[in-house]
Ligand binder design. Structure first.
Ligand SMILES: NC(=O)C1=CN([C@@H]2O[C@H](COP(=O)(O)OP(=O)(O)OC[C@H]3O[C@@H](n4cnc5c(N)ncnc54)[C@H](O)[C@@H]3O)[C@@H](O)[C@H]2O)C=CC1
Ligand SMILES: O=C(OP(=O)(O)O)[C@H](O)COP(=O)(O)O
Length: 355
């Protein structure tokens, strides 16, 4: 069993902890929290030993009736791997703690790429993490772009990718985030950080990205234009390739899923925990081919698409399964592909129309 400690138990950390617990070869040895808020109460109710991220605030947990298992130092010492899911920049500050205990660690996409030896996407470069001690799981947007671009890159070559990212303003629990009534270029400069970040996964890829933020908490939405090096036979070929990807959910037009709101409703109806959607959501109707130019729109659930990637990265670091074996086990245990809409495995919606 791989003993996993989670340092930073927020949006990403709590989801990764639950996903780790669902694995037959992993256990959660504890989670580190700074404050005894409702999320900390949830962690104790879920049965996770809670450690104090901040020794100075340990007394606050006692006052709230939460028994601490120790300090984060002890958690790191007892873990085979630590998943650091602290806010952007804090992970880099924590790295000396992991080095001190000789404990391998995963960092998240908000960290600079220099925080780790490898930037990771399970579909593209699982093997590169096998010899590493420190791995960065790239951000939600970079994960979504890497999954989408991988089959195109492998099968046709990519001359140039251009992506506009319509980014959700904040997560549902980020009450202080905006914009409230605006659409904000973010960043105003071009390219946004996403293009260079995708190049940490595909070093030779020519990609430009533009980012903006809008007043929603639900999902990010990407409009993608990829100029392929070699022309596919037809658009059906592309659609079938995307359908065959394990972490891409292709949305047929009959489903009536017309945006992030209906996607989230579908996920909740399908019984997904927290309404999570671990897969890229690609609208089949949007897949359009003009010669070598491919156009498409996809939605990315920012709170959850990196979760299976973290699970696979833990295995990659530990080195006991291959990439395909790990992905398959993660998919099976989490239920990824459980409610596909293309008629192959759907238990929630039967395909009503033929191609
Ligand atoms: N929320 C999102 O949409 C996504 C976030 N990420 C990345 O994941 C990382 C974490 O982000 P979120 O989970 O959204 O943040 P969050 O703010 O929801 O959770 C971070 C947690 O870490 C705690 N924390 C703060 N300082 C700490 C410390 N020194 N030691 C231990 N815990 C500490 C916070 O109290 C909070 O509970 C960031 O790098 C972010 O860029 C990646 C993909 C998507
Ligand atoms: O890593 C993310 O997005 P990003 O790839 O747009 O930086 C997460 O959605 C967190 O983004 P945030 O920095 O807007 O909270």
């Amino acid at each position: 069993m791989i003993r996993v400690g989670v340092n930073g138990y927020g949006t990403i950390g709590k989801r990764v902890a639950d996903a780790v617990r669902a694995q037959p070869d992993m256990e959660v040895c504890g989670v580190a929290k700074r404050s005894p808020n409702y999320v900390a109460v949830g962690a104790t109710e879920a049965g996770y030993p809670v450690y104090a991220a901040d020794d100075d605030r340990a007394h606050e947990f006692a006052a709230a009736g939460i028994d601490l298992a120790g300090s984060v130092d002890k958690l790191v010492a007892e873990s085979d791997v630590v998943v650091d899911a602290t806010p952007s920049g804090v992970g880099a500050e924590n790295r000396p703690l992991y080095e001190h205990h000789d404990t391998p660690a995963l960092f998240q996409g908000g960290e600079d790429a220099t925080v780790a030896e490898v930037s990771f996407n399970a579909r593209v470069n699982y093997d590169e993490a096998e010899d590493a001690d420190y791995v960065r799981v790239v951000s939600c947007n970079t994960t979504g772009l890497s999954r989408f671009l991988a089959p195109l890159y492998e099968n046709y070559g990519i001359e140039k990718a251009r992506v506009t990212l319509v980014r959700r303003g904040g997560d549902p629990d980020q009450t202080g985030r905006g914009p409230i009534n605006d659409a904000v270029p973010d960043p105003i400069s071009i390219p946004s950080h996403h293009g260079p970040d995708v190049q940490t996964i595909f070093p030779k890829l020519d990609i430009d990205t533009i980012g903006l933020k809008v007043p929603t908490t639900m999902m990010h939405l990407h409009t993608v234009n990829v100029t392929l090096e070699n022309e596919p036979d037809d658009v059906t070929e592309i659609r079938d390739r995307l359908r065959s990807e394990d972490r891409i959910l292709t949305i047929p037009d009959y489903a009536g899923i017309d945006g992030a709101g209906t996607l989230k409703d579908f996920a909740l109806d399908a019984g997904r925990p927290r309404g999570d959607i671990w897969e890229n959501c690609v609208w089949e109707e949007s897949i359009t081919l003009r010669g070598r130019d491919l156009y498409c729109m996809q939605a990315i659930h920012q709170e959850s698409d990196v979760v299976p990637e973290n699970v696979d990265a833990i295995r990659a670091l530990s080195g006991h399964l291959t990439g395909p074996e790990s992905r398959s086990l993660t998919n099976e245990t989490l239920g990824i592909g459980f409610s596909r809409l293309d008629g192959r495995e759907s238990r929630t919606l039967d395909r009503q129309t033929a191609d």
